[in-house]
Design a protein around this ligand. Sequence first.
Ligand SMILES: C[S@@+](CC[C@H](N)C(=O)[O-])C[C@H]1O[C@@H](n2cnc3c(N)ncnc32)[C@H](O)[C@@H]1O
Length: 349
Amino acid sequence: MIQSKTLYACPGSGEELNFSDTGFSTSDGRRQFPTVDGVPNFLAYPSIEDGEQVQTLIWLNEEARTKGWEASLRAVYGKSSGIYQYVTDEQRAAFLDLLPLNDQAVVLEIGTGLGQITAPLAERCKLVYGLEVVPGQARFTGERCRQSGLTNVLVAAGGDDCQLPYASSGFDVVICNLVLEWCAAREQRIQAEAGQRQFLSEAFRVLKRGGNLWVNTKNRFSLRNLFDSSGGRTDDGKRTGRLRKVLLSLVGKNRHDGLTHSYNKLTAMLQEAGFRDLQSFWAAPEMRCPTAFIPTDPASVRAARQAGNLVQGDTRSTRLLMPLVPAPWVKLVMPGLTFLAKKYESGEI
Ligand SMILES: C[S@@+](CC[C@H](N)C(=O)[O-])C[C@H]1O[C@@H](n2cnc3c(N)ncnc32)[C@H](O)[C@@H]1O
């Protein structure tokens, strides 16, 4: 439920917004952000979803309203589908344990998908703002939270221009889980790396002093990428061989994985955006559904390995090879790059 006083602000200019029955607008009325089903729309560009994707989400949302959110996922995608597992598996939200969440925390989640992280997140904090670039997914997230009795969630559509439609210094935590690789990959008018850098600077801007950013993204140089048996698909969706995929990814051309980076490059990007005190984790066995988060310093990696119950990979080749990787190199070839990074005001380090 939108109240009149929110952290929403005009993307780009940061102007305060007025709220009315139809949505948000700047005080001079020049920019309008209409609200549909309680979800304000801050998108800068026309949606790129094709007709079939839009229709599927309309169906999903209709089913959710009449039969409930979980039944609608079963009806539309099937209970044994990958997507149903991905958006209902509670284990996927285990990383929330690593974040400083409490009943006073105001949190921004970027890229909510179908609310799989949003709902468990809202149970742990005071207020959650969710931003999702696909409006039909944003609506579903809002409905899922509402049906789960969560009244502390405000979901918006936006982010396609890599601007965040929120006031500066309002959030204790910003979560960007498996989104950075995609955040600037869909809009041709935005250069992918420049867009990601802007996204990180925006995350820095909207955090309070001392606030934390969670980033979990794919690692361009993961063993998984180099040795998975399927190869993959290229930008145009065609299947490609393993070697070609690796070569494409080395020159940043494999947009099917979005735009990915090495450990060192992402570290530098976070620091250039202003973040300090970076903690990095090995999300094992892989970053989409991790069961363990191991700090990547060599002593912690060795200790986790010695503990004996660590599953080090999710494919045959990574299960075989990852245990052979020397502890100091694990952070370079782990499947995802997972960071908790802090905002300090400049000069305060
Ligand atoms: C791989 S899914 C991850 C969803 C969820 N965060 C999770 O961990 O399960 C990435 C989501 O980010 C959304 N997304 C991609 N680019 C975005 C952007 N620029 N702004 C907001 N959301 C974006 C996608 O539409 C998609 O729902």
